[in-house]
Design a protein around this ligand. Structure first.
Ligand SMILES: NC(=O)C1=CN([C@@H]2O[C@H](COP(=O)(O)OP(=O)(O)OC[C@H]3O[C@@H](n4cnc5c(N)ncnc54)[C@H](O)[C@@H]3O)[C@@H](O)[C@H]2O)C=CC1
Ligand SMILES: Nc1nc(O)c(N)c(N[C@@H]2O[C@H](COP(=O)(O)O)[C@@H](O)[C@H]2O)n1
Length: 215
């Protein structure tokens, strides 16, 4: 058993999550409110360490009123998270998923700060195993908020159930700009993750597309 995973991003029309310099201010205010409504409904929000290092996100519900914040999960193979990262503040519980390669001293420091550290995987976090562990901790729904590397890991392992994307009317270009799903990519169209469109609508200057993942 695994939690239900919703993948959400704000992207340019050419599928980028940020410009080549890492500027990721894509979503309009209306879209951020939409995302925070999803945040308020799920048990946890998950991001990769690349996103934490670039954006220093809070990963709380701060655009709308909410009774509580979801659990924050950071996937961080080498435990690179800075100890002053905002995701480690006391506004919500934080879980860091890491590997056997992680520095034991840093792990101790994080645990002393009240952060839960899950070790699963040798070089990279074993995402399938992580999902099982999180489910057994009572986490039934996760909002996956990127970035492109973690999104690939989750799609490749067949762990995403639903997709919602905000497409801003912008073109970023740049082969090195992070895209919605990076990684190695599937080799053939047969292997691609197939989706079924459920809903689409205008929001601010952009559009929102919602899909379910077909199995
Ligand atoms: N526009 C948007 O909606 C969003 C934009 N972003 C942007 O994306 C960029 C960050 O993306 P990335 O650099 O790709 O980093 P990422 O956030 O996807 O993190 C990648 C890290 O995840 C860890 N990881 C561990 N096990 C893994 C596994 N099995 N599979 C995949 N990853 C694993 C690795 O330590 C890897 O370095 C930033 O520029 C950020 O601003 C991020 C989220 C949303
Ligand atoms: N939906 C969406 N649209 C964008 O344009 C974005 N740049 C992001 N980024 C994600 O949101 C996180 C920031 O969260 P906080 O506001 O600090 O709580 C960021 O880290 C990305 O995961 N999302």
């Amino acid at each position: 058993m695994k939690p239900y995973v919703i993948s959400n991003v704000g992207m340019s029309l050419d599928g980028k999550l940020a410009t080549v310099t890492g500027d990721s201010r894509i979503s309009c205010e209306e879209d951020l409110i939409r995302v925070h409504k999803i945040r308020a409904k799920v048990d946890a929000i998950m991001v990769g360490i690349g996103t934490v290092l670039k954006d220093d996100p809070r990963l709380t519900v701060h655009k709308i009123k909410a009774d509580k914040n979801p659990i924050r999960i950071v996937v961080d193979s080498k435990l690179r998270i800075p100890l002053n990262a905002r995701v480690l503040n006391n506004e919500a519980k934080t879980i860091i998923a890491t590997t056997e390669k992680a520095d034991k001293e840093k792990m101790k420091l994080l645990k002393e700060r009240g952060v839960e550290v899950i070790v699963c995987g040798r070089d990279k976090v074993d995402l399938k195993e992580l999902m099982k562990i999180l489910y057994n901790k009572g986490i039934r729904s996760i909002l996956l908020e990127g970035g492109g590397t973690l999104n690939w890991g989750m799609f490749k392992e067949g762990l995403v159930d639903e997709v919602s994307v905000y497409i801003a009317p912008m073109i970023f270009g740049g082969k090195d700009a992070v895209s919605y799903v990076d990684g190695e990519g599937f080799k053939t169209v047969e292997e691609a993750v197939k989706l079924k469109l459920k809903k689409f609508y205008r929001l601010g200057e952009g559009i929102v597309l919602e899909y379910v993942v077909l199995r």
